[in-house]
Design a protein around this ligand. Structure first.
Ligand SMILES: [Zn+2]
Length: 393
């Protein structure tokens, strides 16, 4: 009798079970039922994470897209929260250690640095985070590297490993040294983000953010925190980005901070593009034309904004506005883009009605941007542009 080779069907059964539990949680109608499903789902996801079985998790997330509403969110929330936050035993009782990120929106005429943070500056940033962003109960440690988003861990298990290493650093009252050789190269783009990554530790049940410790209404307290972080944290970060205009967003637990910064970067990149063009071509914004076009793949996926000088047909620069799940062609995204272009004093704003293709350059992978005729073109700065990082082919 021939036997099938012994091969594990990578996580199919486990994936189905994860989706079933997430669907249970998403469709529960009472707190009591929630508690049951949450506990079951937490145990199942923890098992996969501890086994480093990303396949089962990714497969389950794929399947959850086709499951009833909110199943995907229930599963993704659980996977992310168990990835970014763990409990450790200690002599002072159970300690919760959570990965966080302090994002920086940044643009530049030259390559934006992604590099090791010198000790004194790292310590200064940690002091400002402890004093203004985290609660008086929280202990923190930072990774000594200012990361580009592409340099952050790519998988749940790598993120968890980073968290565990930062947890060790907190226990040893130090910061985490990142070997720059282990970090891949950052892409050279005009507008990007940089991330300061760390972990905070509190005794389970204690507040961990500054806004959990005041009597001020929560959103107001959070905005106060952001304001102080922008000034005090900003001073500590400034030496790392000399010559690169930047803006800090709210430091928070890892996944939500990254997501919020990603959203904020869409608006930031529009003003940054206009300032960049002014800096490298000496064209004042009123002489610029911005062409907004919706690019369609499976439905409307993103808007692309092509910039031209005056009435020229060439695209000199562009920026992409990716849409998130609940944004479509019936949401006020276009109005928001137009308002941002007006706020940046762009002289001419053209909105194309046609559906544009999601085109990229075959050579370098850069997105193409629309000109006023609706042609999708590679952005090329004028030959006399003053930039150190011009890319021509
Ligand atoms: Zn290209």
């Amino acid at each position: 009798m021939s036997r099938a080779p012994f091969r594990r069907k990578s996580g199919a059964r486990e994936a189905n079970q994860l989706v079933r539990l997430a669907e249970g949680l998403a469709s529960s109608k009472s707190r009591a039922e929630d508690v049951y499903w949450e506990r079951e789902l937490e145990a199942a996801v923890t098992l996969q994470l501890e086994n480093n079985d990303e396949d089962a998790i990714n497969r389950a997330l794929d399947k959850a897209h086709d499951a009833p509403d909110a199943t995907f969110d229930a599963l993704a929330d659980m996977v992310e929260s168990l990835t970014e936050s763990i409990m450790l035993d200690s002599e002072h009782g159970p300690q919760r250690v959570t990965l966080f990120c302090a994002p920086i929106l940044v643009w530049g005429r030259n390559q934006i640095p992604a590099k090791t943070i010198p000790k004194a500056q790292l310590q200064n940033i940690a002091v400002q985070l402890s004093a203004h962003v985290f609660s008086s109960k929280a202990k923190i440690a930072l990774a000594d590297f200012m990361f580009a988003p592409d340099q952050l861990p790519h998988s749940y298990s790598q993120s968890r490993e980073l968290l565990q290493n930062l947890g060790t650093a907190i226990r040893e009252r130090t910061h985490l040294t990142i070997d720059p050789k282990t970090v891949e190269d950052a892409p050279d783009v005009v507008c990007d983000m940089r991330m300061i990554v760390g972990a905070f530790q509190v005794t389970e049940g204690e507040p961990f953010y500054a806004w959990q410790e005041t009597t001020t209404p929560v959103e107001e307290a959070r905005q106060n925190t952001l304001g102080i972080w922008r000034s005090q944290g900003g001073n500590a970060i400034k030496p790392l980005l000399v010559g690169f205009p930047h803006e800090l967003t709210l430091p928070r637990s890892f996944f939500s901070a990254c997501r919020d910064a990603d959203m904020a970067s869409r608006a930031y990149s529009i003003g940054a593009s206009v300032s960049y063009l002014e800096a490298v071509t000496h064209t004042t914004p009123d002489k610029l034309t911005a062409v907004i076009g919706g690019c369609w793949g499976n439905g409307l996926e993103e808007y692309r904004i092509g910039f031209a000088i005056g009435e020229d047909d060439d695209v000199v620069h562009g920026c992409v506005w990716p849409l998130v799940s609940d944004e479509g062609d019936d949401t006020p995204v276009v109005e928001e883009i137009e308002a941002l272009l007006r706020a940046a004093n762009v002289g001419t704003i053209i909105l194309l009605e046609e559906q544009l293709p999601l085109e990229f350059c075959d050579d370098c992978g850069a997105p193409h941007f629309p000109n006023r005729e609706g042609e999708m073109l590679h952005a090329h700065l004028p030959e006399d542009a003053e930039t150190g990082a011009m890319h021509l082919h």
